[in-house]
Ligand binder design. Structure first.
Ligand code: ZN
Length: 150
């Protein structure tokens, strides 16, 4: 039942495939918890795409393939995750960064790198806004920034 899954897994040195129960009948290759009737070729294309992303991002990123209303994949490295475009016409690569004490901040772009760059910029902007918010309030009371640090 999971022969194709195992074969693909062995071909791939880095891409992780979630260990789930898969229905494999003829052209159908679909996780039991999905049930949409995904095909083996959709699965193979997804693994292919995931392997390309793994090569592109390098070994610091963990790329995972799973099936939830369609085979898909994502890459994770620490607080950052990267998702491929969906089938939607305006869909782009998305990067979500979960910095502690900030809610998840996302950015999108035409490439994984652009998405990461846009997400990182939004994180930096948010941190600067936080710094500005309290320095406007207490800055006049406590003097210059360098005096806070000393
Ligand atoms: Zn499916």
């Amino acid at each position: 039942m999971t022969n194709a899954l195992n074969e693909q897994h062995e071909c791939s040195s880095l891409v992780m495939i979630e260990n789930e129960q898969v229905r494999s009948e003829g052209d159908i290759y679909c996780a039991n918890n999905c049930g949409l009737g995904c095909t083996l070729s959709e699965y193979q294309q997804t693994v292919n795409d995931a392997e390309q992303l793994q090569k592109r991002l390098g070994p610091d990123w963990e790329v995972t393939v799973w099936d939830n209303l369609g085979w898909t994949y994502s890459a994770t490295n620490g607080v950052a995750s990267i998702y491929p475009p969906s089938d939607g016409p305006k869909s782009r690569w998305t990067c979500i960064i979960n910095v502690p004490n900030l809610s998840g901040i996302s950015g999108d772009g035409d490439t994984p790198e652009d998405a990461a760059r846009n997400a990182a910029r939004r994180v930096t902007d948010s941190i600067n806004e936080m710094l500005n918010s309290f320095s406007k309030s207490v800055g006049p009371l406590i003097g210059h920034q360098d005096k806070i640090e000393n």
